[in-house]
Structure formats: structure tokens, C-alpha cells
Write a protein that binds this ligand. Structure first.
Ligand SMILES: O=C(O)c1cc(=O)[nH]c(=O)n1[C@@H]1O[C@H](COP(=O)(O)O)[C@@H](O)[C@H]1O
Length: 236
């Protein structure tokens, strides 16, 4: 499915209640950003909230990072497609059989299929933390290997730190969609994120879409923060 919105920003609606998410969505303009529904909001508010956002004109990234046996993930991805979302993701570390099953499951949706992306190494994960869970190769090599695997399986792209965007763009080609969270404008707090870049740096590195949560949702004027980020990108 081709993106209808020219803005690269995806606002992460990380809230514990539908009302709070819709309150923010009311301040946003579907022409200026897409929105992301992740684990917290989906667990609290369910698919009805996703349908409501779609009805209000937002392109929705359903970020549930599926990671399970191939049959279960393929069925979950299909259920996401039925909600009319723009993008859905799985963990690439779920393996190639799981990713291929997900790609296959979306075939029946034809042109209306959501983009399918794979999470590589989370932006909160440091090289030391990766080693601690038994991954001995360097973090960048791990990301490259997982992204290549995602591409071979037919995924549309990956979720990655913008720090790896340049090398992924060179390796995976111009059509491969790169979605980068861990975006921190100079004026914002890092929080639990570790491998961050500013919005303009992320775009320069080649990220197609930037996922931004707290720098917008925790701001006193979220719409102004979104506009500031869009202006920063436009200046580069
Ligand atoms: O898949 C994601 O969206 C994701 C992947 C990743 O590696 N890192 C990451 O932060 N995310 C999500 O992106 C959002 C980032 O939010 P902030 O840190 O508040 O900007 C959160 O909703 C995370 O769940």
C-alpha cells in the first residue's frame, strides 16, 4: 500500500486509556502525521480504538511486535490487516519461517495490505545488553543480518535505530522501508532510549519514518512540538 501522507512522523500514542489517546488525536492532523498504537494502548483500549482512529482519517501503525510460532503470528497479522491499519510489525528474531508465513498471510489483501515491518534490535538496547542475552556479534552486524533476513522473506522494511539507517539503506536498497524510533529532538529527555538521534539526523541517515512518542505526548503543547519537529526536518 502506498503512503497517502507526506509527513515522515508517526506519533506514538502511548497512553493507558482510549480517551487520552483520542484527546491527543483530536489535536493532531492526519495530514501532518500518522499515529502508532502500541502494546499499552491496545491492551487497554482494544481494536475499537484502532477502528476509530482509522475512521478519523489516520494511517495507523499497529505496533504489537508479534513474536510467536508461525501459525499464530500469521493469523495475528491477518487480524491486523482486517482492522484497516497502514502498518503492522513482527520481531525479525521470530525467524524466517514466521516472517514468510506473515507475508503469505497478507497476500489475500492485495493492494489493501498493510506494510509489514520487522523489529531488528530495539532502540533501548545497548551493545552490552545484547551480549548479555547471548548475541556475541557486534550490534550493527546483528541488525544487518536481521534486516537482510527480513528482506529475503519479503517484508516491506524494518524498525531500526536511525543509527543503523545508512548501512541498511546501502544494503537493502531504496525501496526498503526504514522506520526509526528512538528519536530525540535536542530539547527532549532521552528517557529509557539508548540509541537515539535527532529528527534531522535520522532523516539525513536515511530513515523514511520517525516514530516519536514522549517528545510530543509529554509536551505542554503536543501540536506545537510536532510542528517544531517538522520544521527542523524541513530545514535540513
Ligand atoms: O516498534 C517500535 O515502534 C519501537 C521499536 C524500537 O526499537 N524502539 C521503540 O522505542 N519503539 C516504540 O517507539 C516508541 C518510542 O516512544 P518514545 O521513546 O516516547 O519516543 C514507543 O512506543 C516504543 O514502543
Amino acid at each position: 500500500m502506498q503512503a497517502q501522507v507526506s509527513s515522515p512522523i508517526i506519533v506514538a500514542l502511548d497512553y493507558d486509556h482510549a480517551d487520552r489517546a483520542l484527546e491527543l488525536a483530536d489535536q493532531l492532523d492526519p495530514a501532518l502525521c500518522r499515529v502508532k498504537v502500541g502494546k499499552e494502548l491496545f491492551t487497554a483500549a482494544g481494536p475499537d480504538l484502532v477502528r476509530t482512529l482509522v475512521r478519523r482519517g489516520f494511517e495507523v501503525f499497529l505496533d504489537l511486535k508479534f513474536h510467536d510460532i508461525p501459525n499464530t503470528v500469521a493469523a495475528a497479522v491477518k487480524a491486523a490487516a482486517r482492522l484497516g491499519v497502514w502498518m503492522v510489525n513482527v520481531h525479525t528474531s521470530g525467524g524466517e519461517r514466521m516472517m514468510r508465513a506473515s507475508v503469505q498471510a497478507l497476500r489475500e489483501f492485495g493492494e489493501k495490505k498493510p506494510l509489514l515491518t520487522g523489529v531488528t534490535v530495539l532502540t533501548s538496547t545497548t551493545a552490552e545488553e545484547l551480549a548479555a542475552v547471548g548475541v556475541s556479534r557486534p550490534l550493527k552486524k546483528q541488525v544487518l543480518s536481521l534486516a537482510s533476513s527480513a528482506k529475503n522473506c519479503g517484508l516491506d522494511g524494518v524498525v531500526c535505530s536511525a543509527r543503523e539507517a545508512r548501512v541498511l539503506r546501502e544494503t537493502c536498497g531504496p525501496e526498503f522501508v526504514l522506520v526509526s524510533p528512538g528519536i530525540r529532538p535536542a530539547w527532549s529527555d532521552r528517557g529509557d532510549q539508548r540509541r537515539t538521534l535527532t529528527p534531522s539526523e535520522a532523516r539525513v541517515q536515511g530513515a523514511d519514518f520517525l516514530v516519536v512518542g514522549r517528545p510530543i505526548t509529554a509536551a505542554s503543547d503536543p501540536l506545537q512540538s510536532l510542528r517544531d519537529i517538522l520544521a527542523e526536518i524541513a530545514d535540513h
